[in-house]
Design a protein around this ligand. Sequence first.
Ligand SMILES: Cc1ncc(COP(=O)(O)O)c(C=O)c1O
Length: 382
Amino acid sequence: MTVQDQRLAEVQTPALLLDEAKMTRNIDRLAAHVGGKGVMLRPHLKTAKSTDVARRVLTDGTGPATVSTLAEAEVFAEMGVRDIIYAVGITPDKLGRVAALRDKGCDLSVLLDSVAQAQAVAEASARLGQAIPALIELDCDGHRSGVAPGDPVLVEIGRILHEGAAELRGVLTHAGESYEMTGRDVHRALAEVERAAAVGAAETLRAAGLPCPVVSIGSTPTAHAIEDLTGVTEVRAGVYVFFDLVQAGIGACQQDDIALSVLTTVIGHQQQKGWVITDAGWMAMSRDRGTAAHAVDQGYGVVCDEAGQPIPGLTVIKANQEHGIIAAREGYEGEVPDLPLGTRLRILPNHACATAAQYGAYHVIPSAPGAPLLTWPRFGGW
Ligand SMILES: Cc1ncc(COP(=O)(O)O)c(C=O)c1O
């Protein structure tokens, strides 16, 4: 029997399952929303970390794409992706790897938000004899790194790149704070903040006589909610391919859209405590407790039956390294089914990126009913 012939019942647990039909629906939904507004979608491949998933996300397999590590850039460039933004602040020691990928024909650009980084990119460009393209990161919502809107350092950085040997490619921002807020209307308002910050910075650069061809915005919640994309050249998002309980909790998707789950087996009980113990602890689910502050705390994950149907009232309330503890959530008074030793369950994850990172492969439940499982390898590292 080849791996391709595998059936769900034969997969050893814990294992990472990917529902291809849900994934495809998620991919198509955002592509239609952004594409319908005449703007390019630049998927972020940091959650996927898989060439099989990338082939389904990227329109023609050559890009555009966003990555969060140079390891991703290297794997996807090898696969044939030709247009990549490495969207984590660049450090001088990484520029050799950037240049090596560019030499191989991949248009890889870098991200920065300081004078020192701009000088390093300009110097490396001069030394290596190739203009490395750089985007200036903007902090649209106080979430993370980036130049604050209105900070004159924006133009200073732009000049160092443009008048040095580098290439000023544009501006980029990510509305990370949208993860902290709930509801489509709120996400739409945050998307407008994101858009206004990026378009405003692009106008500032252009008014200073500098080029700004790329105006890049995006996060999964804001990308789905955005209506007005005036002045924006591209939208980025990544977790939308899979979704997770955090996204469901903030209203960016329905629980039924979550394409990833962890297959687990019941390994014991503590009857008097009402606990069902499984082999999916935090090594299988990750330590992420992203829903802890939500209106509904989902513990370490929502419990479903082996077919993927949620079992009312049950979450993973505690996790040890290799033990997950399932129990009824606080206040739940409904019936809890008997889950004998050996019962197989699926757990929906809080954070798709963190849970998937624990696994070397996706076990893919194909869209075609009854078709054998597929195995799609994942990679890690930096
Ligand atoms: C720079 C950047 N762009 C886009 C994304 C994708 O956003 P999401 O994870 O909400 O899909 C991320 C995610 O962290 C990011 O850091």
